[in-house]
Every structure is written in C-alpha cells, then in structure tokens.
Design a binder for this molecule. Structure first.
Ligand SMILES: *Cc1c(COP(=O)(O)O)cnc(C)c1O
Length: 362
C-alpha cells in the first residue's frame, strides 16, 4: 500500500469529546449538555435529512465513486469547476489523504499552534516532522514567524482560520502576504471548517485565492454549520493538478450514498445555514456577557466555540462541570491548561452551562 512510516508508537489516538451516553451512564445523570465538539446545536439541515429517506431503497447499490451530484452542487455554490473539487469521508480523511500524497519521511509541516490535532496525525503517519509556530499575544497569527519557520524540508503549511481551538482568524491581507511569501513547492492548506461563522469584514474563506491560482487548497466540512457530523463528509477545493494528485490515494467508495445525498441538499439549504449563523451570533453575545459578569477572560471568537480562561483551577472546574452534566473541552491537550473550549449551544444549553459554571465557581 502506501509508503506510510511505522512510527506508530509516537501516534496517540485522537481523543474526542466525551459522548453524552457515556457521561450519563457513568454518573447516572438525567440531563447532559455536550458543548465539546463544535457540532451544530440546531440539528442537521432538515433538507439534508429529507434527502436521506429518498435514498434508502437504493442502499443495495454502491455509492457514486465520483460523487458527481455533490461535486456539482459544491462547484456551483463556490463557482469553481468540478475538477477543482474532491469529496472525502469527513475533512479528517482529506487531511490524511493530503499527508499521504505530499509527505515523505523527514519532511516538515508548519502549523501555527495550538491548532487542530489531525494535521499532526497526518504528519506522524508519514514520518514527517511538525514545526509549530506559536501565536502572538491574544492568539493572533504572526505571518513573519510563519514564513520564517519554512525550510527546504517544508511540504505543507496549515492555516486554520477561524482557528480551532482559539477562534481567532487570519485577515485577508495577511493571507495574501503569506501566500506571496511561501515558496511554490509548499502547499498551503487553508482549513475553513468554521468559515461560515466568521463575520469580520476582513475575513476570507480562501476560495478567492484558489481562483487566482495560488498554491492553496481550501478544506471545508459538512460536520459543523451543516449539522451532518454523524455522516462524515468534507471536501477540498484547489487547482485541478493538486486535486488529481490527491485523488491517486483516495479509496473509490469513500463517501457513502446517504452522506452524498444529504450533503448535496444541505449545501443548498440557506434557511438552515442562516438560522445557524444567527443562533450562533446571539449565543456568543449571551456567553460573552455572562463571562464578563463573572470576571472571566475569553478570546473573542469568529467561530462557534469560545476559548475561556478559568485560571489555575481550570482542570478541577472542568471535572466539576462534567459532574453536573456539562461536557466542554479541557485545554491541556493544546498546552492551554488554564482554558476550556466551549461550543456555543442553543439558548437553553447555554443557560444550563452558565448555571453550572456559576455553581462550580462558587
Ligand atoms: C471539525 C473540524 C474538521 C473536520 O471535521 P470532519 O468531521 O472530519 O469533516 C476539520 N478541521 C477543523 C479545524 C475542525 O474543527
């Protein structure tokens, strides 16, 4: 098969947020609110769900290996050609495929850090080295430091914007500066998993730079705003040449047929996307206000989660929140032991979380 390096000992299995059922079973809790995986609290796109039922009678057939209908919807939405799109089993699979296609043992990837752990996983899998670039004050990107981290061995540069777990973003002008400074042999992977939530005037989702022929691949997912995390669909947009290279390592039937149908309907479901954006914006406002009243520092977010500073007691508070049925993400995995990352929930979920937070802080 692929030229993966067997440095398995280094690789730690991905640690997902605790599932709701597990916590319920462990503690005998009646109500559990999960604000740990940045899922859409409003649920899946109703149009996506409807599209699934139409497909059920054909589950005896293999899915379309080319994902043609979904690709057409994506390319229509983003105004790129179908040949510039690849559809994958979640964006996670795309990160693995990019790693397999572009990395060899001894290569380097540059990652403004802390960020999404799957980039490191892909590098570890191939025996490549991760070169982290720390953020500036307030978790802001520093373009010069990122450029300076590039060496002759660098093959990939990841830019997650808005960044998970900080919620900060790279302004359009800074991305342009960066793309102009990066050598041609380095592929820039722009992770726009949370693009739809970003409201800043100077934000870019990166697609415009694919269109102007920059050496960039934009990755997006159906797991966040479209509310289809359980189905596993993501996609990449880049030049035809880059997409062709990645297609070489893709399994033919990587995206199942109901996932293809649901994703196609969801990307066209503007009502669901708009309702999700609005609920997120008002949820963020509520949480900001409550955090300020509690005297807590937080990082202003362009996404659907907030990085919240709880201080030296953060781990204890995280565990006490769990005991009260609130699952958030503890920041230690990102080297942020004083922080938790909280997904913005529904009005009711946010209230439940804030009540629990007030209790554990007392
Ligand atoms: C959630 C997430 C993804 C991809 O998720 P999939 O469910 O695999 O599509 C990619 N990047 C970031 C930063 C994420 O948070």
């Amino acid at each position: 098969m692929l030229n993966r390096v067997k440095s398995w000992k280094k690789i730690k299995p991905y640690s997902p947020g605790k599932p709701i059922w597990e916590l319920q079973e462990e503690l005998g809790l009646e109500k559990v609110v999960k604000l740990a995986s940045n899922e859409n609290p409003l649920g899946p796109s109703p149009k996506g769900v409807a599209a699934i039922s139409e497909r059920l009678a054909e589950l005896n057939r293999y899915p379309d290996a080319d994902t043609a209908a979904l690709k057409e919807a994506i390319s229509g939405k983003l105004d790129v050609s179908k040949q510039q799109v690849i559809v994958t089993n979640g964006a996670d699979e795309l990160i693995t495929l990019i790693s397999e296609a572009f990395l060899d043992e001894g290569d380097e990837i540059v990652v403004p850090s802390p960020s999404f752990s799957e980039y490191d996983f892909g590098a570890d899998l191939m025996g490549a080295t991760v070169v982290p670039v720390p953020f500036d004050e307030g978790f802001q990107f520093n373009v010069q430091k990122i450029v300076d981290a590039i060496t002759d061995k660098t093959k990939l540069l990841y830019i997650c914007s808005p960044n998970n777990p900080t919620g900060t973003y790279l302004a359009k002008a800074d991305l342009e500066t960066l793309l102009n400074a990066v050598p041609e042999r380095v592929l820039v992977v722009f992770d726009g998993a949370y693009s739809h939530y970003a409201t800043a005037e100077d934000y870019t989702d990166g697609i415009e730079f694919v269109k102007t022929g920059k050496n960039v691949l934009v990755l997006q997912t159906f797991s966040k705003i479209y509310g289809l995390a359980g189905l596993r669909v993501g996609f990449g947009v880049a030049s035809e040449g880059i997409i062709q290279t990645i297609l070489k390592v893709k399994e033919p039937f990587n995206v199942n047929s109901i996932a293809q149908a649901a994703a196609k309907a969801a990307i066209l479901d503007e009502d669901h996307v708009n309702a999700s954006k609005e609920a997120n914006a008002s949820g963020a406002k509520e949480l900001y206000q409550a955090f300020s009243e509690l005297g807590l520092n937080y990082v202003e977010t362009m996404s659907n989660f907030i990085l919240l500073q709880l201080g030296s007691d953060a781990e204890k508070l995280y565990n006490e929140l769990l005991a009260k049925g609130v699952i958030v993400r503890y920041g230690k995995i990102w080297g942020l032991p004083e922080y938790v990352r909280v997904t913005i929930g529904t009005k009711e979920e946010n209230k439940f979380f804030l009540n629990a937070l007030k209790e554990v802080l007392n």
